[in-house]
Ligand binder design. Structure first.
Ligand code: SF4
Ligand code: SF4
Ligand code: FES
Length: 469
């Protein structure tokens, strides 16, 4: 293994690694702004400059590859003086509006200013000011806070594959804008806010809703498609405020698509059915289960299982259904027109997959068959889903729903037994490459919603006849 010396410590590195990464691995923090491990290196901000023995000038750590025997000082007086100077320069036009900025608490500019900046500024001129501008449905821009690091421009060019972010004007007047001020077009716009090291680009959906230090974080996996991107759910008082990407270099690197990022909104939706319902009216659990059994009694039933359920839920159903619905066909469903994992594929060149559910491949491994069309003899359906699988046409048949449903769907069901979403349970999902990943409970189920195993237990123990079919 190659070795270099950083701040007097011998540090191992892999050839090709830059000094920021090598130092980070050894627990040594080199401050930076324009560098992002998922983007090209431009060495613009100069914040990461360090002293390297035998080199007369400071060198930018982001653009310097570690070499055998290299001796680096990240905390020398010259390095610290450079950091102070860069911070003073970056802050001359900055509004210092941390108290009302959504980035506050997780802002690189704020953190580096606190750790490496000076208490005083010599700047007495007027600051440049711009109005907040809309950049489409996802992002709001505040140019007063921009430090011209160009991460956003590079993200558009290199990851989103759309040259939609540009720098207008030059020098002190430089402004980040979309081409002709158009709305952002990428389906990955939320990442602009994640990578912006200041509060210049913020997610509109999250703006002014919650200070970030109040948020509790749960590591989980997106349920938006069969990729299984790693994410964190951020909640407070049982309300989800946002989802952000979690690094996984094998699956999603540093990114999330907007569909996956904002998918959580249905969890908090006021239209969600959170109490058992019989004939479109709120009921209680015992009566609802009895009524569900009654409406299904003596019918030819098909069971439709959403491919948004976990492996544990799928296995449980494979034990439960043949006992309580003997002879009934069982199908998985989730994405219209995609009834088998074989038809799944990339939906774009970045992350999105065609399957709109996370566990299509897992359920097929367990032996579930895809739903194509309703068999002729069927005259009732039991639908079991999380919150993501898209309902097929139920053809007006008698229907019982177990899981997450919204008010407009109530009309289709005689009975609804409200269940849990991906954010309210633990479990395993299997992505399109066969990788099993854990989803984790971030919040408690709302209202009277119950987990699948609890509902199945109540079904088995309810007083009316034990079998429905
Ligand atoms: S908007 Fe943010 S990411 Fe873009 S250049 Fe300015 S500070 Fe950097
Ligand atoms: S690509 Fe799929 S798994 Fe990844 S964030 Fe988007 S919807 Fe979620
Ligand atoms: S992070 Fe190295 S110059 Fe900006």
């Amino acid at each position: 293994m190659s070795k270099c010396i950083i701040d007097g410590r011998e540090v191992e590195f892999t050839p090709g690694q830059n000094l920021i990464e090598v130092a980070k691995k050894a627990g040594i923090d080199i401050p930076f702004f324009c560098y992002h491990p998922g983007l090209s290196v431009v060495a613009q901000c100069r914040m990461c400059a360090v002293e390297i023995e035998k080199m007369p000038k400071l060198q930018t750590a982001c653009s310097t590859v570690a070499a055998e025997g290299m001796v680096v000082k990240t905390k020398s007086p010259r390095t610290a003086q450079n950091q102070k100077a860069v911070m003073e320069f970056l802050l001359i036009n900055h509004p210092l509006d941390c108290p009302i900025c959504d980035k506050s608490g997780e802002c690189d500019l704020q953190d580096n200013s606190y750790r490496h900046g000076d208490l005083y500024s010599r700047y007495t001129e007027e600051r440049r000011t711009y109005l907040d501008l809309d950049m489409g449905p996802v992002i709001q821009k505040n140019m007063n806070r921009c430090i011209h690091c160009t991460r956003c421009i590079r993200f558009g060019d290199e990851i989103a594959g759309i040259r939609e972010m540009v720098a207008l004007q030059r020098g002190n007047n430089t402004q980040i804008s979309t081409v002709d001020g158009r709305a952002l077009e990428t389906d990955y716009a939320g990442n602009y806010a994640d990578i912006c090291p200041t509060g210049s680009l913020t997610v509109k959906d999250f703006r002014f809703k919650k200070r970030v230090w109040f948020l509790k974080k749960t590591s989980t996996v997106c349920e938006g498609c069969s990729r299984g991107c790693n994410m964190e759910i951020h909640q407070d008082a049982n309300v989800i405020y946002r989802c952000i990407p979690r690094e996984n270099m094998q699956i999603n690197k540093y990114w999330l698509c907007d569909e996956g990022r904002f998918n959580f909104q249905y969890v908090n939706d006021e239209n969600r059915v959170v109490a058992p319902m019989v004939n479109h009216s709120v009921s209680d659990w015992g009566l609802s289960i009895d009524q569900a059994k009654k409406v299904l009694m003596g019918k030819k039933i098909a069971v439709l299982v959403g491919s948004d359920l976990t492996q544990e839920e799928g296995s449980h159903l494979l034990e439960f259904l043949p006992k309580h619905f003997p002879g009934s066909p069982i199908f998985h469903f989730g994405t219209p027109g995609l009834n088998t994992a074989e038809k799944d594929g990339d939906a774009d060149r970045i992350l999105k997959r065609k399957s709109k559910t996370s566990n299509l491949h897992g359920l097929e491994k367990l032996g579930f068959q895809g739903f194509d069309k309703m068999p002729k003899e069927i005259n009732a359906v039991l639908v079991i889903r999380g919150g993501r699988a898209i309902l097929p046409d139920l053809k007006g048949l008698v229907a019982v729903g177990l899981g997450v449903f919204m008010a407009p769907q109530v009309e289709e069901f005689s009975v609804i037994l409200p269940g849990t979403s991906f954010a309210e349970k633990d479990g395993t999902i299997v992505n399109y490459e066969g990788q099993a990943q854990r989803i984790r409970r971030a919040i408690l189920p709302p209202g009277q919603c119950k987990g699948l195993s609890e509902v199945l237990m109540m079904w088995v123990n309810s007083k009316s006849s034990s079998g429905a079919a």
